[in-house]
Ligand binder design. Structure first.
Ligand code: NAD
Length: 405
């Protein structure tokens, strides 16, 4: 079939197998070149011997989870196990990008003589935790690092069969802000109504720390965590402008819960001298971020500023910095006053935020976006689904079930 990009309300319905393989390959190549040639001098040289050797990534098929898997495997030569939720392809329907990415990455890992395998299923389910544990037991004995990188719209509670849905809404008062229509570049005013009380609770249930804690406590009970084990989950803070919908909204409550969970987990892990962290990452275009109101406009403006200042990073560089200079750098892991790792430091610097704010003031309802990098947003969004690569012939008839070498 001919696979074209189909996007409905900022959600891509298709993914391209060869394009996803290209997406993975470009990340791997960047990491390899950076280690060998140190071509980007913004980054310190990593110390691969300090890196973890056996890694579990929950949500490791796209976005930050995939990049952390790539960095662990390519820099530290770690064996990696991914747990992710995917739709498999059929003869006439494409798979999720995560399915294609995983096939492509695991092939590269094998060629590099490092172990890589996946458990495809619902990470919230106990049976999936058992499958991952069985794989850890058989292949690794124990793990040195668990990266928790889920971004999920829902969670089914197995005991009650109730479905909890995560929403991105303000709390108590409606949020009104400018937004951009990605397909036309037109600026409009968006109003997001406040969440109902139950939606706050539900979002915390899906995106808070409860499931992360369940993973750790189950693997600890099964004695699958190595001495000096580390675990990291990801958060976001962002500019004050988005506080009402993000940090002070439903998702912010979930992130607060995640941050509290890290503190609890570090105490639970004392018997293996373990540590749990939340890393606050930069805003990037991923499947999850594209559907958050206001975020595409903010990202388009942020990308313009960070690219112009030579500070732009995507998830590969963020994870490279997280591993080399934070989690496995020299000395103690550097954290902020609330114990969080900050790799959003360049995004949140005063010079970047002031420049974004100036650009934001130039946007007007009913006009086209001015001065932002909407093309960069669109390009990244295409790339994460395997589209927009010059090296791929998108008019070719391909079998969506096969990721060619
Ligand atoms: P993403 O959508 O690219 O990746 C999410 C991963 O979770 C995928 O591998 C997906 O398969 C997996 N997943 C979702 N539901 C699942 C389920 N039920 N069972 C198993 N796997 C499941 O998202 P992302 O943007 O990389 O987000 C990862 C984390 O990083 C989230 O906690 C997010 O809040 C955080 N974060 C994102 C940004 C950003 O700008 N994208 C910034 C800072 C922090």
């Amino acid at each position: 079939m001919i696979i074209a990009q189909k996007v409905l309300r900022n959600v891509s319905l298709t993914a391209h197998p060869q394009g996803c393989a290209e997406y993975v390959c470009q990340q791997v190549e960047w990491v390899k070149r950076q280690v060998a040639q140190h071509m980007d001098n913004r980054y310190a040289n990593p110390n691969p011997s300090a890196f973890p050797k056996r890694v579990l990534v929950v949500g490791g098929s796209t976005g930050y989870g995939l990049s952390s898997r790539i960095v662990a495997a390519i820099v530290g030569k770690a064996g990696t196990i991914n747990v992710s939720f995917e739709r498999e392809p059929t003869e006439h329907k494409t798979a999720t990008p995560g399915w294609y990415n995983t096939i492509a990455f695991e092939r590269i890992a094998r060629k590099n003589n490092v172990f890589a395998a996946s458990v495809f299923g619902d990470a919230y389910a106990h049976a999936v935790k058992e499958s991952a544990a069985a794989m850890i037991k058989k292949e690794f004995g124990s793990i040195d690092l668990l990266v928790y990188s889920l971004a999920s719209p829902l969670r089914v509670d197995e005991k009650t069969n109730r479905t909890y849905r995560s929403v991105i809404k303000p709390i108590e008062t409606a949020y009104e802000a400018l937004s951009v229509d990605v397909s036309t570049g037109m600026i409009s005013r968006t109003v997001v109504e406040p969440a109902e009380d139950s939606q706050v609770e539900e979002t915390v249930k899906v995106m808070g720390g409860e499931d992360w804690q369940q993973w750790i406590s189950y693997l600890q009970q099964e004695q699958l965590l190595s001495e000096g084990f580390k675990t990291v989950a990801f958060s976001y803070i962002g500019p004050e402008l988005t506080y009402p919908i993000y940090r002070n909204g439903t998702i912010g409550k979930a992130k607060e819960h995640l941050e509290q969970t890290a503190i609890q987990l570090t105490s639970d892990l004392s018997s293996v001298r373990g540590q749990a962290f939340v890393a606050v990452n930069k805003a990037i275009v991923t499947r999850a971020s594209a559907v958050i109101p206001v975020v595409p406009l903010y990202i388009a403006l942020l990308y313009r500023v960070m690219k112009d200042k030579g500070l732009h990073e995507d998830c590969t560089q963020q994870m490279y910095r997280l591993f080399s200079e934070r989690l496995y750098g020299v000395g103690n892991v550097p954290v902020d006053s609330q114990g969080r790792i900050r790799v959003d430091d360049w995004e949140m610097s005063a010079e970047v935020q002031q420049a974004v704010s100036r650009l934001w003031d130039n946007q007007h309802e009913g006009s086209l976006i001015t001065g932002g990098d909407l093309d960069g947003f669109i390009q990244d969004y295409a790339n994460i689904h395997g589209f927009g690569y010059d090296s791929i012939d998108y008019s070719a008839d391909v079998d969506p079930r096969i990721v060619e070498e």
